[in-house]
Design a protein around this ligand. Structure first.
Ligand SMILES: [Zn+2]
Length: 85
């Protein structure tokens, strides 16, 4: 019985490990949590409303109201039009 449970969890645990989820085991209960949730915080610029000045989407969080600490908003540098053949 115990071995069967371990085998059943093994596949899920492997998947969770690949996804870099946080795994907490308590007896036969395994909890999975995406670490990225820990990185989400409320946007301070718009106080999590997602709205900036004049009703426009907030530029800091792109209108989502949340900022991901692991993946900060990508600010693409201005690309020159030259360089392409
Ligand atoms: Zn914002």
């Amino acid at each position: 019985m115990w071995k069967l449970g371990e085998a059943a969890f093994a596949e899920v645990d492997t998947f969770a490990w690949v996804q870099r989820w946080q795994i907490s085991r308590q007896w036969y209960v395994h909890n999975y949590r995406d670490r990225r949730f820990n990185a989400l915080i409320a946007c301070r610029l718009c106080t999590a409303t997602g709205r900036g000045n004049a009703g426009k989407p907030c530029g800091e969080c792109d209108g989502t109201g949340r900022v991901n600490l692991l993946e900060p908003p990508v600010r693409r540098p201005e690309q020159s039009s030259g360089g392409r053949p």
